[in-house]
Design a protein around this ligand. Structure first.
Ligand code: ZN
Length: 342
């Protein structure tokens, strides 16, 4: 009986030494030291022996059990150390490998379009005027000739803040009031770029945030002819010298008269295609003569001063220039889209 016990001890010891992987340790432990393990059974077997053999057998069996438990702990420690060493070796940097060059960033297509617009208007004497994204209801609506409950307010689905009267601007037009109040009664020639926000369904054609560039010229004797000359020149500098431009009567609360500006389609040259919905024309911006009410809110006497204003969407212009079909690409942060520019 003792011989069988010794043989079992040897077998267990050899099996333990043969283990090379931590994951096999658990199986060894339950095979020998578990509740149904061979060593556990051997310890229990003491009760089946003749009484005079029990003390020697029992002592040896318990000795073996303790020795194997100690051996198990030691082996587990060794394997732990080994795996840490091999993990470190695997992590080691191979200094002979060529480096990974950092990929230089580039400007976002919306920023590139904005800068092109700045450049063209700078050549015509317009300065960039920055204005805040968070506005009051007065700047965004009332002082642009949209008093409370004016039906035109429904044209803009607005993000309201929890503070009454404070909103995210729905257009860059409130910047007109800021610029006029800062400069009056001096003449003004500014463009007002920036992000606008509308609480809208996001589709291929509309986003809840987008850039706008507004333009404003105020002075004595500014006429519709100045407006038309400026915008025709802009369209040709932006899209090519041969471009045809037309003005269509329209309505905005803050300009009178108001117009939409169309340009012959750059994709089909006015022949008619899917992008221009077979009309041959693309709408590029809205404009008009500054409404006397708005001039007065800005601090200018409408009997002496006049002005024109216009607004466009740089993302829409970039979409036309580059044939981009979905406005959601602009703020989707997909590198596959962004890498195509610059
Ligand atoms: Zn077309």
């Amino acid at each position: 009986m003792l011989e069988t016990l010794e043989g079992l001890g040897q077998e267990a010891g050899e099996a333990l030494r043969a283990i090379q992987d931590k994951s096999e340790l658990g199986a060894w432990r339950s095979a020998y030291l578990g509740r149904r393990g061979k060593i556990t059974d051997a310890v229990k077997a003491v009760g089946t022996l003749p009484p005079d053999e029990r003390p020697a057998y029992g002592r040896r069996a318990n000795e073996l059990k303790r020795a194997l438990e100690a051996a198990y702990e030691a082996r587990a420690g060794e394997l732990e150390k080994q795996s840490a060493v091999s993990a470190r070796a695997a992590d080691q940097v191979d200094v002979s490998l060529p480096g990974r060059p950092p990929r230089p960033g580039r400007l976002h297509p919306a920023t590139r379009t904005l800068r092109e617009i700045y450049r063209i208007f700078a050549e015509m004497g317009f300065q960039v005027y920055r204005s805040r994204d968070v506005e009051t209801d007065d700047f965004n609506f009332t002082w642009l000739n949209m008093p409370p409950h004016h039906p035109a307010r429904d044209m803009w689905d607005t993000f309201y803040t929890t503070q009454p009267g404070v909103i995210l601007r729905t257009h860059t037009s409130p910047g007109q009031i800021h610029a006029m109040r800062q400069y009056h009664p001096e003449p003004i020639r500014v463009i007002l770029p920036g992000m606008c926000y509308r609480y809208e369904q996001i589709t291929a054609r509309s986003e809840i945030m987008f850039n706008q560039v507004e333009g404003l010229a105020v002075g004595e004797e500014i006429t519709m002819a100045d407006l038309k000359g400026t915008l025709v020149d802009f369209a040709r500098r932006m899209f090519g010298q041969g471009r045809q431009v037309r003005f269509r009567a329209s309505h905005f609360p803050f300009t009178e008269p108001s117009a939409e500006v169309d340009m012959d389609c750059i994709l089909c040259n006015g022949e008619g295609c899917r992008v221009c919905k077979y009309t041959g024309w693309l709408e590029i911006l809205g404009c008009g003569m500054v409404h006397p009410v708005v001039l007065a809110y800005g601090g200018y006497d409408p009997a002496i001063y006049s002005g024109f204003a216009f607004g466009m969407g740089p993302e829409r212009i970039a979409m036309l220039k580059h044939g981009i079909e979905d406005i959601r690409h602009f703020w989707g942060n997909d590198l596959r889209f962004l890498k195509q520019f610059g």
